[in-house]
Write a protein that binds this ligand. Structure first.
Ligand SMILES: *Cc1c(COP(=O)(O)O)cnc(C)c1O
Length: 351
């Protein structure tokens, strides 16, 4: 039982943010800690990290570093909206289900309008419907389409899907926001230059996640339309998101970006999810409920089996995103041995 696992360093499948800090980020953080630097983002690390992001996206984007994804999403949506506007997103979206109303709060009351859609994805028809359902003054005027890439259920919008969605959004007069808490996993999966699924595909603002890909804290808000970034620095400061020692948010990004560690980690966590899926497929009473395209595997398990897995010390969430499924997340530090140990336990319990 659980014998393959080092009890001093247990790894779990509950969330990719259960994992620690990746070595590349840790090393950069230590380097940033060797001397004094200018505060509030006017430092060499923040300059370097921003330049690296401009290289990654192959465009002159505007970049801000904030502490977490909720603030990245909320502040960027607040920038796109007036208080009487609305944001269209999938009904499972993090901005709707998991940010405690922060987007509406920071946008002074802009309303989130949820759209249905299979496999965690919105559709052009869904956007058209929500945008044109009403055009009178009594309805909060649709202003933004928010897409999550990878989605909350681990699926990925293809390049073609993104083009279709953003073209529809433009036709409806909407700006496009992307919640990219797991953007790296999407790039790794699609194997395209990042520009192909962002600005070239009609995305105006990307919240590029770092925490779930090996940083301690920190997400990058990337504006592809620089005009939209006007006074975003004030919004960050007012929202409590201007780090005085900004270099410790930005230096880890330098570590992650400079030799492509961000993609290596994402490819690895995606590969671990593939391995996990392969191991689970065919076990009695275990059903995979969404296509495994990033670092998440959603399954339904017999209740008794789930309980026994918990008793054996495994941690994972059931029913947090969707109804009854258990969500198994792989991270940059998940090992093949972790996956195999989990599968072995599950095989034994379902035999
Ligand atoms: C984790 C996550 C975020 C960010 O959450 P924070 O806890 O605020 O950092 C945003 N969007 C999605 C889809 C996420 O999974």
């Amino acid at each position: 039982m659980n014998t393959n696992r080092d009890p001093l360093k247990p790894r779990h499948f509950a969330s990719d943010n259960y994992a620690g800090i990746c070595p590349e980020a840790w090393t950069a953080m230590a380097e940033a800690n060797t001397r004094h630097e200018v505060s509030y983002g006017d430092d060499t690390w923040t300059q370097k990290a921003s330049d690296l992001l401009r290289e990654v996206f192959e465009t002159d984007c505007e970049v801000y570093f904030v502490f977490n994804g909720t603030s990245a999403n909320s502040l960027s949506l607040a920038t796109l909206c007036q208080s009487y506007h609305s944001v269209l997103c999938h009904e499972l979206s993090h901005i709707e289900t998991s940010e405690c109303g922060a987007p509406e709060f920071f946008a002074n009351g802009s309303k989130i309008l949820v759209l249905p859609g299979a496999e965690g994805k919105v559709t052009p028809a869904g956007i058209e419907h929500a945008a044109h359902r009403r055009n009178d003054i009594h309805y909060p005027k649709p202003r933004v389409l928010s897409l999550t890439q990878a989605t909350e259920v681990g699926t990925i919008y293809s390049v073609a899907e993104l083009h279709a969605l953003t073209a529809t959004a433009r036709g409806c007069g909407l700006r496009v926001h992307m919640d990219g808490a797991r953007f790296a996993n999407a790039v790794a999966r699609l194997n395209v230059p990042p520009k192909e699924i962002t600005w070239k595909a009609g995305v105006d603002v990307l919240c590029f996640g770092g925490s779930k890909n090996g940083l301690a804290v920190g997400e990058a808000v990337v504006f592809f339309d620089r005009e939209l970034a006007r006074e975003f620095d004030y919004r960050c400061k007012q929202g409590g998101q201007l780090a005085s020692k900004m270099r410790f948010l930005s230096a880890p990004w330098v570590g992650l970006l400079k030799d492509g560690a961000w993609l290596r980690h994402a490819r690895h966590s995606n590969a671990m999810a593939q391995r996990l899926e392969a191991g689970l497929r065919g076990l009695a009473g275990v059903r995979i409920t969404y296509p495994v395209e990033s670092n998440a595997v959603f399954v339904t398990l017999p209740a008794a089996v789930e309980k026994q897995l918990y008793q054996r010390g495994w941690k994972f969430y059931t029913g947090v995103i969707t109804g009854a499924e258990s969500r198994l997340m792989c991270s940059w530090d998940t090992t093949p041995e972790d996956v195999d140990a989990f599968v072995a336990d599950l095989r034994e319990l379902t035999a």
